[in-house]
Design a protein around this ligand. Sequence first.
Ligand SMILES: [Ca+2]
Length: 496
Amino acid sequence: MMIRLLTLTLLFLNHSNFADTRPNIVILYADDMGVADVSYGDTEAKIQTPHLDRLASQGMTFTDGHSSSGICTPSRFALLTGQHHWRRFHGIVGAFGGTVFKPDDFTIAKMFKNKGYRTGCFGKWHLGWDFDAIRKRGAKKGDPRAESYDWTKRFPNGPLDQGFDYYFGDGTINFPPYCWIEGDRFVTIPTKPVIKSKPLAGAGSFRPGPMAESWNPYDILPTITQKTVEWISKQKKDQPFFAYLAFNSPHYPIVPNKPYHGKSKASYYGDFVIETDAMVGKVVNALKKHGFAENTLVVFSADNGPETHAFERLETFKQWSSGKYRGVKRDVYEGGHRVPFIVKWPGKIKQGSVSEEVVSQVDLASTFAKIIGHPLRKNEAIDSYDLMPVLKGEKYDKPLRVATVQNTSPKKFALRQGDWVYINAPTGAAKKESPAYLEHFGLKAYGKGHEGLLFNLKEDPRQSDNLYAKYPERVKKMGELLQSYLDGRPCALNKK
Ligand SMILES: [Ca+2]
């Protein structure tokens, strides 16, 4: 009897006999893409993105969705940890830079893995690696010469150490080494120094460092997509998976492949967005082909707003990547961090729904934890709100988030609360705003003489009218709330 019971129990525990109903999760993450670069069915849009439009029509579009930062590394860290980057750091990982993670950091990949998911990471990592482990004796730290490293060695402290079973990618497109990495090994060996790359379709350059013999930046986007598609094809119904595909596009260098040239009405940048959209289509089709579409939650977003070449595109092509908003990459103005944000989950999220709720990519951690039944500990994903009530169209206390903090450089923060955004600096711009752009939208550059900025986004989405002097009480209150977060108070306190 005991033996039979034991056998039955073992049979029950053996996952392979049962389809796992937990959803697969796929995050598709663009690099430097404006909130208005998705066409959402607008046939007049200069950049047509039919695959993203379809994703949006099958799921929920957030019109007020944000990355944690206006630049790459910090936003990625926040997305993966459910914790704002500014609690830890502000800048990006440089060429030959180490990991931004501490060994015990919570990441969503670790969470998925602990819950029995297969976890795959593809494309741009940009969260650091342990270059010291492969650096030869006597070579200086950060040495950009190929011969200073042993490329046959294990390359530790990358995606595999943050909860991913598998990685395939190029690290960071414009940073060395320029080669393919699979897991924690180099699959193409960077033997030569980067000199001048082939002329690129759009602008963009590469930082000095080792490059593989046959390296071609045009290959990166199609290759990382193909590897994701292959990995999905190998997944099984009895074990759910989490795939994180971080595109190198439409970040510099702008390298759309020939079939996409001229497909947009907004330069090679627009063409690169269209190629990115086509890659989204390939992944979505792979999910469908292998029978995963119905049980997969897909997120599309970007790590920050458009690069400063958006100013030129506005003048030449009358296409403004930040849409109704002011600002570009690096800014705490809206355009720096308000990004495309689409979530599709068949049967759970109403098709074609639109939410104006302010949400952040840090919220994905808490949301996923809820979906897969991981009780978050007090120190895990401390800035993350569970988006499930919003996604499922249930009632919830509005606004969902008490407030949302935006930041790129160390001392400049924006605090969003309801319709209001407070900026604790004389300007929300990180670089000089183009005079033609200011004129185009009738904006004036803020800066010296302004103690801080306050805007009502509902009345003034373009952030053109500084109300700081008019509402001192509001400024004071918002400033105090911001300070409490900066002093260590979790943004998601009591909201788990
Ligand atoms: Ca970026």
